[in-house]
Design a protein around this ligand. Structure first.
Ligand SMILES: [Zn+2]
Length: 239
């Protein structure tokens, strides 16, 4: 029940954000966002598999089976359905927890401008983020792929776990976390749900899965948005 309420509230918040930002866009800019969403989805193998829009998949059969399992789990989530339509590029609830907190930390003189800078969520399972511009108007925007949210928890597990296992009597936990760190560093451009499963499996029983990890993951998400907004704010700030 709480989860339903939370989803409903989250959708209302994202819809409100999306309409405030969309009201400031020209028709041309909105069409460019829709196009951006469609082409992002078309170049992501995982979303391509899901929508059968990919012409060829450059992955092994084992990886394909793993991705299919991940997709079955993801289909159960309401946020996932929302991420699948190009029209949800502004209203995706995935970034709600980070966006609202990041806005509160913006310098007051830039807050109103930055809050109306489009932060778009593209349907890609990649760990990356960009501060960019519309081609048609050169106005600024921030682009965050939907899949980013799958990497925040593994990074939090690895960072907090390494810190908490830094003692001789916890050497097996420490080595599991360092193995996971190596995996994170070398596979950071992999499809993010696969990266999530691989890192969590490597840490195994040493996973913290406690409140500290959730807080850490939340902070990472906020600072990821602040980082991108910072690129935009620097060019707006006259000082
Ligand atoms: Zn940067």
């Amino acid at each position: 029940m709480l989860r339903l309420l939370n989803n409903w509230y989250g959708k209302r918040l994202s819809n409100r954000y999306a309409s405030a930002v969309k009201a400031r866009l020209t028709e041309e800019e909105w069409l460019e966002l829709l196009e951006m969403s469609r082409s992002a989805q078309g170049t992501d193998p995982l979303f391509g598999t899901l929508t059968q829009s990919a012409t060829s998949l450059d992955i092994s059969p084992i990886e394909f089976a793993r991705l299919t399992r991940t997709l079955t789990t993801l289909r159960k989530s309401a946020e996932f359905d929302a991420a699948m339509t190009p029209e949800s590029i502004l209203g995706n609830p995935a970034l709600n927890p980070y966006r609202r907190s990041a806005f509160r930390l913006l310098p007051s003189e830039l807050r109103s401008t930055l809050m109306l800078t489009p932060i778009v969520v593209t349907p890609r399972f990649r760990f990356e983020g960009f501060a960019g511009r519309f081609r048609c108007s050169h106005r600024k925007l921030v682009e965050i792929p939907f899949g980013v949210i799958f990497v925040l928890r593994p990074i939090a597990e690895v960072s907090l776990g390494t810190y908490l296992s830094d003692s001789p009597e916890k050497s097996s936990a420490l080595s599991a976390h360092l193995d996971a760190l190596r995996l994170l560093a070398t596979e950071l451009d992999a499809a993010t749900p696969s990266l999530f499963s691989a890192v969590i499996a490597t840490i195994g029983p040493h996973c913290q899965a406690r409140l500290g990890v959730a807080h850490y993951a939340h902070l990472m998400g906020i600072f990821m948005l602040l980082h991108e907004l910072g690129h935009i704010g620097r060019s707006l700030d006259p000082r």
